[in-house]
Design a protein around this ligand. Sequence first.
Ligand SMILES: [Fe+2]
Length: 275
Amino acid sequence: MSDIFTLTPKAADESVRILQLTDTHLFAQGDRTLLGVNTKDSFSAVLDALEAKSEEFDFVLVTGDISQDYSPESYQLFAALIARLKQQVFFLPGNHDDGPLMYRMFGNLNVHTEKSIVCGHWQLVCLNSEVYGVPHGWLQREELNYLRKMAKTNRQLHTVACLHHLPRMVGCAWLDTQTLHNQNEFYEAVRDLDNLRLVLSGHVHQEVDEMHEQVRYLASPSTSIQFAPHSLDFALDYKAPGWRTLTLHPDGQVETEVHRLQTESFRPNFDSRGY
Ligand SMILES: [Fe+2]
C-alpha cells in the first residue's frame, strides 16, 4: 500500500482547510479522568462544538497522544468518537501512544495510516517522534530522510512537517526537558528545504506560533488539559480545551486560528504536581 494519500481541495480557489486536534489522552474506560478532567467528555464536547459550527474541512489531522494508557480500547474509543466528524482522519503518534499498535489498529477503524497527505498545492508529511515509554521526542534518521525525500521529490508542493514534539523550546522549564531532543538535527535536515513552510505539533498543550529560519512553527491546545505558559515547574492552565483550524493557500500563505470551548466545565485539579 502506498504511504501517500491524495485528496482534492473542496475550495474553488484550491485552498486546503484542515482541522487539527491533538492530545486527546483517552483511556480504555470512558469514566477515567486525567488530573480531574474526563478526557472522553472534553473530547466529545469539542466534537459537539465542531458539529455545531459545521465548517468545511478537507481532512482532520490528529497530532498524537490520542491515548493516555496505551490501550487498544482507547484507540477504539477514539475511532468511535471521531467518526461523527465525517471527514477523513489522519494521525501521528505521541509519547503517550503505542505507535505500532495504532498503525495495526487504525486501518480497520476508518482512520488513515498513510504518512503523507497530498492536497492541492500542499503536502503534509507525518513523522513519528515517539521514543517508547519516555516523554521526550527524537526523530530517527529515517524519519528525517523521509521528510527530505518527500520535500525534494514534490518540490512543487508547499510542505508541512507534522510531528508530536514541537522542535522548539517553549519557555516552560519542565516541558522543555521533554522537547524534541534532536532539535538541531531537525533544523540541519530542513535548512535547505525551501518548500517547507510549516511545522505543526501538539505535546505542549498550549498555543505556540513562531518563525524560525523562515519556517513557521505551530503548536495547539489539547482537547483535554492545558499547560500554563512560562511555568518553571509543572503547572496547569485555566484555559478551556481547544483545537486549531488552518487554511493553506495555493501561494504558500498560511492562515490559522485557535478555538476553545466556551465553558468552565473542564477545569482540572490545580493541585496536581505532574501527569
Ligand atoms: Fe499530551
